[in-house]
Design a binder for this molecule. Structure first.
Ligand SMILES: [Zn+2]
Ligand SMILES: [Zn+2]
Length: 180
């Protein structure tokens, strides 16, 4: 199945932020640099500690939306995130292609990112269903992913995590004498 059909650039930004290790300041700054396309020119990219905490809080909210296992919880958590956003959609062709930016163009980096991911995750959930958002079942991974399988049966963020986990399960079965 086509990953593209399930995600838009703003959704991908939301998944990336959900999976950001925001305890590492350099990783947060690198995240902004990588996704600079969402920020209006001359936006300050080096965050103050309180701003990093703000972005970490948004990352945690995204993970909480992916972790929710009933629709009402998803609605409540989405609305809490949307309440932190300040949308002012506008069309731009700054990179040569016509597309929408969602945030006020004079907002600081955290507000621009918060608004963009709030819209991105909301579009994903309302278009494709909240069950499409999952948390990787590999114990040492726990990344958020978008399940693009036909029957929404995916349990892992990637083929790598899936095969690592089946190897681990096989070894565990062998150890306990239940191989095969
Ligand atoms: Zn853009
Ligand atoms: Zn994984």
């Amino acid at each position: 199945m086509d990953y593209e059909a399930y995600t838009s650039p703003s959704t991908e930004l939301a998944i990336d932020l959900a999976n950001l290790d925001s305890s590492i300041p350099a990783a947060v700054d690198a995240f902004l640099a990588v996704h600079e396309e969402w920020l209006t020119p001359r936006t300050r990219l080096t965050l103050r500690p309180a701003e990093r905490e703000g972005l970490a809080a948004v990352s945690a909210m995204l993970r909480a939306i992916a972790r929710a296992d009933d629709e009402q919880t998803v609605i409540d958590r989405l609305n809490a995130l949307l309440a932190k956003s300040s949308p002012q959609p506008r069309v731009t062709n700054h990179d040569g292609r016509l597309h929408v930016h969602y945030s006020r163009d004079r907002a600081d980096a955290v507000e621009q990112i918060t608004t963009t991911v709030a819209v991105g995750i909301t579009l994903l959930v309302t278009t494709h269903g909240w069950q499409r958002l999952g948390i990787c079942s590999a114990g040492d991974c726990q990344d958020v992913y978008v399940d693009t399988s036909r029957n929404r049966t995916r349990r892992f963020c990637s083929g790598t995590c899936s095969s690592r986990s089946s190897v681990a399960a096989y070894r565990a079965r062998q150890k306990s004498g239940h191989a095969g």
